[in-house]
Design a protein around this ligand. Structure first.
Ligand code: CA
Length: 221
């Protein structure tokens, strides 16, 4: 079981992170200040720390410095507001492994988490597949059977999300938060618009509409 410690004081970001990381199969624990973060951040209890720089108690930067000075090697991904990017870059000198600028898409954070947890060569296949739809994460190419399909970055992210949950129903809200990020207006119809784009490119029956619930990528084509 891979355990991730989240040190973040903004509740909606914590719930956004916990939902997404748990859905991706990780165990999470969240703390909202730097004092708790520092006391829990021990190599033997967590595999990775997601650390907000602007934490009450002890600031993220100092949490990181104290961890590294007591010899802890746990990977750390910093979360920072755009105005704090300079601090985040300084975070690398303080021993951070990566940083993500708020607001961020969940997939962006998840990709970094996966990279940091992957000490050994990737166990995960680079090609996602369901029915005759394939998506190569390395070359960033999609195909239906033998036919190659050009996707925009957002279409790619949406298809990746659907493929990772092929056969399951994903609600608009889930897709919105996974692909567009937590700052997106929940009343937006952008998910429906992009599902239409995907259907146009991949075939109308690739994504099913489950009335009142959301969308499902078919696995039986
Ligand atoms: Ca904060």
């Amino acid at each position: 079981m891979t355990r991730i410690l989240i040190a973040e004081d903004e509740e909606r970001i914590v719930s956004f992170l916990e939902k997404g990381l748990r859905a991706a199969g990780y165990t999470t624990l969240a703390v909202s200040d730097g004092i708790d973060a520092l006391s829990l951040a021990r190599d033997d209890s967590f595999d990775l720390l997601i650390l907000d720089l602007g934490l009450p108690g002890i600031a993220g930067q100092e949490v990181l410095q104290r961890m590294r000075s007591r010899g802890e090697q746990m990977p750390v991904i910093i979360l920072t507001a755009r105005a704090g990017v300079d601090d985040a870059v300084r975070g690398f000198e303080g021993g951070a492994d990566d940083y993500v600028v708020k607001p961020f898409r969940f997939e962006e954070l998840l990709a970094r988490v996966r990279v940091r947890l992957r000490g050994a060569p990737a166990a995960e296949s680079a090609v996602l597949r369901a029915g005759d739809v394939t998506l190569d994460l390395r070359t960033r190419r999609a195909a239906v059977g033998e036919r190659m399909v050009e996707l925009t970055a957002r279409e790619f992210a949406l298809l990746e999300n659907l493929l990772r949950h092929a056969g399951q129903v994903l609600s608009r809200e889930q897709l919105l938060s996974h692909v567009w990020g937590y700052d997106f207006d929940p009343g937006s119809n952008v998910v429906d618009v992009y599902i239409r784009y995907l259907r146009k490119k991949l075939g109308a029956d690739v994504v099913e509409t489950v009335r009142g619930m959301g969308y499902r990528l078919r696995t039986d084509r």
